[in-house]
Design a protein around this ligand. Structure first.
Ligand code: ATP
Ligand code: MG
Length: 653
C-alpha cells in the first residue's frame, strides 16, 4: 500500500545511552567497529567468508545471482542443513554436549545431546521416506513445543522435504488453508500439548482441518499427553511405532543451496497470510552468522529464545541458528504464568540460563504482573538479553535491563521479519552503545535506508519508509506459488529495494528507530504520527503497562487519536487518571499527540503471535466494516475485538 506522503513526524526523543560493559566487550566475538566497516566495504566477501564455516558437499560457483526481485545465493553449491546442524557436531567434541534442553509445562525434563539428536533425526527421516516423502514434497508440522518438533523439521531438511510448521494455537480453518495451499500429503502432529494446565487437542483439530482434504495421505501422531485420540486406520500412524521400525541411518540429501528449505505463513497482522519461502544455503549462512554474533554464543552458554517454533523467530533462533552453531538451545512447552507468573524466572534460575531472547509483549506483561515475581529468583546467570517482534518502548527496555538483567546485561533489540529470515537491524552486544527503543544499526553486510515515496533518503530524524537496499543471504526466495504477489508486496513501491512496510527514522548518530507499520501511521491535522511513539509515551507513565493507539476519522483534524491503556496490577481506573494520562502525553511528546480519548481496559486484543491488532481496532472504531474478513487470519478475531470494544466502559467509543 502506498501512502500519499512518506515522511512521518517524529516526536519521541530518547536521550539515554548504554555502552557495552567492558567485561562483556573483552570476551565478545565482535569488539571492534572495524568488523562492520570491513563488511560494509565488501559484503560479498564478508558472506563468503562466513559460508566457508559450514560443510558443503559441493562448493558454490557464484556467490550471488541478483536478478531483481529474485536473489539466488551460493549458486552451484550443494549442502544439507540437517547435516550442518547435527551430524557435524555429533562427529566432533560436541558429540555429548546438550543440543536441546527441554522442560514440559507439567515439569518433565529432557536433554538431547548432539549424538542423541542425530539418532532421532535419522530415524524420523527414515520414517518420512517410508511414507514416500520425497525431495521437494511439503510436510506440514503442527506440534506443541516439544523436542519432536525440531526433530521433525530436521528430518525434513535431511531428506530435502519442505516443512510448513503451523503454530499449535491455530484453528482447524487456519490449518486447512495452509495444508491446501502447500499441498501437503503428510502431517506430523501430537495427540495434544499442555497450555495453562489444560490439554490443547491438536490431533482432533487436525482431524477437523483435513476431513475434506483428500491430498493428505498420512498423519503421524506423537503421544505427548497420552490421552486417547481417534486414529484413522490406514491414514494415521503412531510416532513411536514408526520410529521402532525405522532405520537408524538415513543419509543426508545433498541439496542445492538454492532449493527451498521451508515455507512459513506470516502471522497475518496485516492481512491474508503469505507463504514465505526460504532457501537452503543462504538461509543457513544468514541465521547461523547472525545468531553467533548477535547473541555472542559461546560453548558454555545456555541460550533461551522464548518464541514458539511456529513463528519465524523459533525457526531461525531456536532451531537452525543455535544448532548450526553447536549451541545448547533451551525449550519450554507452556505458558509464562503457569502455575504462577514467575515460571520463566524459576527456569532461568534452575537451569542457569545465560541468554534470554523474548518479545516486548511478554516484557510488558511481566511489568504488569509486578516486580515481586522476578525478585523471588536469582537471575545472575543471565549475561545477555534480546527482544524481537515489535518496537520496544523505552520504559519496557529500562525495566528489562534493570529488573531482569540486573543492570549488567546488554540488550539486543533485533528488527527483522518472517520474510527477512534473519535479523537485519540490531546492536552487536560487545561494540554497540545502545539507546533504549532503538534497534541501532544494520547487521554487518546489510544495507538499510529510510526513504520517501520517491526512494530518496529522508533528512535526519525524519520518519520514512524502511527499505533494504541490497539482497542478504536469508532473504525470502518468493511467496509460495505466488511470485506476482511477491513482486507487488515487496518490490513495487521503491524500484530495486526491498520494501519492509515499516516506518523508521535515523537519528543524528545514525541510529535506526522503528516507528511501527506504515499502515498504522495516523494523520492528525497534517502531522503524520507513528502509533508507537504515542504508545511509548503512555507506557512511560508509572501506572501504565501497555497501550494501543489508533486513528478515528475527525471532521477537522482528519484523524483523531484514540488510546486503549492497560494498567499495572494494583491501579484502578478513574477519570482523574485518564486526564492525567492525556497530560502525560502532552508533556512527553507534545499537544499534537494527545489522544482525544483514553480508555482503560483489562487487556488488548492481540494476534496469535502476541501483536496488538491495531488494524482491526482501527476499522471498528472508524465505523468501517472490515471488508476483507476472509483475509484475516481468524475471522473470529473481528468479533473478539468487537466484543472487547463493547465491554470497554460499558459500550465502547
Ligand atoms: P504479517 O506480515 O502477516 O502482517 P507480521 O508482520 O506481524 O505479520 P512478522 O514477520 O512476524 O509478521 O513480524 C515482522 C514485523 O514485526 C516487522 O515488520 C515489524 O513491524 C515488527 N518488528 C519485529 N521486530 C521488531 C523490532 N525489534 N522493532 C520494531 N518492530 C519490530
Ligand atoms: Mg509483516
Amino acid at each position: 500500500m502506498v501512502v500519499p506522503s512518506a515522511t512521518i513526524d517524529s516526536l519521541l526523543k530518547e536521550k539515554e545511552q548504554y555502552p557495552p560493559p567492558a567485561s562483556f566487550r573483552e570476551g565478545a566475538w565482535v569488539r571492534d567497529e572495524r568488523f562492520s566497516r570491513d563488511a560494509a566495504k565488501d559484503p560479498e566477501r564478508f558472506w563468503s567468508e562466513r559460508a566457508k564455516e559450514f560443510d558443503w558437499s559441493r562448493p558454490w560457483s557464484t556467490l550471488l545471482e541478483w536478478k531483481p526481485p529474485f536473489a539466488r545465493w551460493f549458486v552451484g553449491g550443494t549442502i544439507n542443513v540437517a547435516q550442518n546442524c547435527v551430524d557435524r557436531h555429533a562427529a566432533s567434541a560436541r558429540r555429548n554436549k546438550a543440543a536441546i534442553v527441554w522442560e514440559g509445562e507439567p515439569g518433565e525434563k529432557r536433554v538431547l545431546t548432539y549424538a542423541m539428536l542425530m539418532r532421532e533425526v535419522n530415524r524420523f527421516a527414515d520414517v518420512l521416506k517410508a511414507l514416500d516423502v520425497k525431495r521437494g514434497d511439503r510436510v506440514t508440522i503442527y506440534m506443541p513445543m516439544i523436542p519432536e518438533l525440531p526433530i521433525a523439521m530436521l528430518a525434513c531438511a535431511r531428506i530435502g522435504a519442505i516443512h510448513s510448521v503451523i503454530f499449535g494455537g491455530f484453528s482447524a480453518k487456519a490449518i486447512h488453508d495452509r495444508v491446501e495451499d502447500a499441498e501437503s500429503e503428510v502431517i506430523v502432529t501430537a495427540d495434544g500439548g499442555y497450555r495453562r494446565g489444560k490439554i490443547v487437542p491438536l490431533k482432533r483439530t487436525v482431524d477437523e482441518a483435513v476431513a475434506d482434504l483428500p491430498v493428505v495421505r498420512h498423519v503421524v501422531v506423537f503421544a505427548r499427553t497420552k490421552e486417547a485420540v481417534p486414529m484413522q486406520a490406514g491414514r494415521d500412524i503412531g510416532w513411536d511405532a514408526a520410529m521402532a521400525e525405522a532405520d537408524p541411518v538415513c543419509d543426508p540429501e545433498p541439496m542445492d543451496a538454492t532449493d527451498p528449505l521451508f515455507v512459513l505463513y506470516t502471522s497475518g497482522t496485516t492481512g491474508k497470510p503469505k507463504g514465505v519461502l526460504h532457501s537452503t544455503g543462504g538461509y543457513l549462512v544468514g541465521v547461523a552468522t547472525t545468531h553467533r554474533l548477535i547473541f555472542d554464543i559461546k560453548e558454555d552458554d545456555l541460550y533461551w529464545c522464548t518464541a514458539d517454533i511456529g513463528w519465524v523467530t523459533g525457526h531461525s533462533y531456536i532451531v537452525y541458528g543455535p544448532l548450526a552453531n553447536g549451541a545448547t538451545t533451551f525449550m519450554y512447552e507452556g505458558a509464562p504464568d503457569w502455575p504462577h507468573p514467575d515460571r520463566w524466572w524459576s527456569l532461568i534460575q534452575e537451569y542457569g540460563i545465560t541468554i534470554l531472547y523474548t518479545a516486548p509483549t511478554a516484557i510488558r506483561a511481566f511489568m504488569r504482573w509486578g516486580d515481586e515475581w522476578p525478585k523471588k529468583h536469582d537471575l545472575s546467570s543471565l549475561r545477555l538479553l534480546g527482544t524481537v517482534g515489535e518496537p520496544i518502548n523505552p520504559e519496557a527496555w529500562r525495566w528489562y535491563h534493570r529488573t531482569i538483567g540486573g543492570g549488567r546485561c546488554p540488550i539486543v533489540d533485533t528488527w527483522w521479519q518472517t520474510e527477512t529470515g534473519m535479523v537485519l537491524i540490531t546492536p552487536l552486544p560487545g561494540v554497540t552503545t545502545t539507546k533504549p527503543g532503538s534497534a541501532t544499526h544494520p547487521f554487518p553486510g546489510v544495507e538499510a535506508e529510510v526513504v520517501d515515496e520517491k526512494g530518496q533518503p529522508v533528512a535526519v530524524n525524519k520518519g520514512g519508509y524502511l527499505v533494504i537496499s541490497k539482497p542478504w543471504p536469508a532473504m525470502l526466495m518468493t511467496l509460495y506459488k505466488d511470485p506476482e504477489r511477491y513482486r507487488q508486496v515487496y518490490w513495487s513501491q521503491i524500484p530495486g529495494k526491498y520494501f519492509t512496510g515499516d516506518g523508521a527514522r535515523i537519528d543524528e548518530d545514525g541510529y535506526f528507530w522503528l516507528m511501527g507499520r506504515i499502515d498504522d501511521v495516523i494523520n492528525v491535522a497534517g502531522h503524520r504520527i507513528g502509533t508507537m511513539e504515542v504508545e511509548s509515551a503512555l507506557v512511560s507513565h508509572p501506572k501504565v503497562a501497555e497501550a494501543a493507539v489508533v486513528g478515528r476519522p475527525h471532521p477537522l483534524k482528519g484523524q483523531a487519536l484514540v488510546a486503549y491503556v492497560v494498567l499495572k496490577s494494583g491501579h484502578k481506573r478513574s477519570d482523574a487518571l485518564r486526564a492525567d494520562l492525556r497530560e502525560h502525553v502532552r508533556s512527553a511528546i507534545g499537544a499534537i499527540a494527545v489522544p482525544d480519548e483514553v480508555y482503560i481496559t483489562e487487556k488488548l486484543p492481540k494476534t496469535r503471535s502476541g501483536k496488538i491488532m491495531r488494524r482491526v481496532i482501527r476499522s471498528l472504531v472508524s465505523g468501517q466494516e472490515i471488508g476483507d474478513t476472509t483475509t484475516l487470519e481468524d475471522p473470529g478475531a473481528v468479533d473478539e475485538v468487537r466484543k472487547w470494544l463493547e465491554a470497554i466502559e460499558g459500550k465502547g467509543p
